[in-house]
Design a protein around this ligand. Structure first.
Ligand SMILES: CC(C)(COP(=O)(O)OP(=O)(O)OC[C@H]1O[C@@H](n2cnc3c(N)ncnc32)[C@H](O)[C@@H]1OP(=O)(O)O)[C@@H](O)C(=O)NCCC(=O)NCCS
Length: 258
């Protein structure tokens, strides 16, 4: 079992998305103005309006860049120009593709700090979460409010930097699971336990009220730099995981044109 998570590979060229694999793409918010303009142009009107509603410029940039990357990626896998990709949203806001566009392609996005992660699976519901590890938070207080009693006890057993890393491992594993299910906070966070201690294999340990749910999902850790924690969740069937570092310049310029 690979507890450390997969190695990130450099993207070398387009390929068909295989069955029974989840691919995760990592990129950054760092983008030249020309790339930003290109992304703005491929967004749908409702996506531009949503981006413009953000109060802070950084949040606006993030909304445009994350959605632009998502459109580029999905456009490649669906063989469509990025501006022709169409989304729908479930009752909790999870975006998916219109069924007629790609019934088997599912995806999820997460961003934190400068990083953007996009997970794509064929025929697999996926959830991904990344968080920049912050040491200016009262993690014991947040855990007391949101995590389960078991998780609180284990977290309290750790001291110093280990506690912060473990807290964000716990947080991202919980969020990845919720995001894979697409149910937001309709399932309270203390209604399930994940493993998160240093060196522990990532797992959904227990679910309440339905204990059978725990065996239906698989959680993986994604290794990033020491400043970030990240996790991926998908159904507990056999699937492989590949992780790609995305060089924006190559793929923005190489994308199908509208
Ligand atoms: C929607 C939600 C999942 C976003 O989480 P977040 O950490 O703020 O943001 P992330 O960057 O990880 O994810 C945002 C992306 O998730 C996707 N998303 C939105 N609603 C979603 C949902 N219900 N399920 C799955 N994905 C969702 C969107 O693609 C969004 O990206 P976009 O805004 O650029 O389109 C979050 O509001 C939520 O419901 N979280 C539940 C758990 C929680 O709050 N945990 C805290 C302590 S463990």
């Amino acid at each position: 079992m690979n507890i450390q998570g997969p190695i990130w590979g450099e993207f070398v060229g387009w390929y068909a998305l295989p069955e029974k694999e989840v691919h995760v793409w990592r990129t950054t918010l760092d983008m030249a103005p020309s790339g930003f303009t290109k992304f703005w142009q491929i967004l749908a009107p409702d996506e531009r309006e949503r981006a413009d509603r953000f109060h802070f410029e950084r949040d606006r940039r993030r909304a445009v860049i994350a959605r632009g990357y998502l459109r580029l990626l999905l456009g490649q896998f669906l063989d469509l120009p990025p501006n022709k990709v169409q989304f729908e949203y479930d009752e909790f806001g999870k975006p998916g593709l219109l069924p007629e566009q790609g019934p088997s392609v599912q995806f999820n996005v997460s961003h934190s700090g400068d990083l953007i992660l996009i997970a794509i699976g064929r025929g697999l519901a996926v959830g991904v979460d990344v968080e920049r590890i912050r040491t200016d938070l009262d993690v014991a207080d947040i855990a007391a409010r949101f995590f389960s009693a078991n998780e609180n006890e284990l977290l309290a057993s750790l001291g110093g930097p280990l506690r912060y890393k473990a807290f964000f491992n716990c947080w991202t594993r919980k969020e990845a699971y919720l995001k894979a299910r697409g149910i937001g906070l309709s399932l309270p966070l203390d209604q399930f336990d994940v493993s998160f201690l240093p060196g522990e294999e990532p797992r959904l340990l227990a679910t309440r009220p339905d204990p059978a749910e725990a065996s239906q999902w698989r959680v993986r850790a994604l290794d990033l730099s020491g400043d970030y924690a990240a996790a991926l969740a998908a159904p507990n069937s056999k699937w492989g995981l590949k992780c790609w570092d995305w060089d924006p310049l190559i793929l923005v310029d190489g994308a199908k044109s509208a």
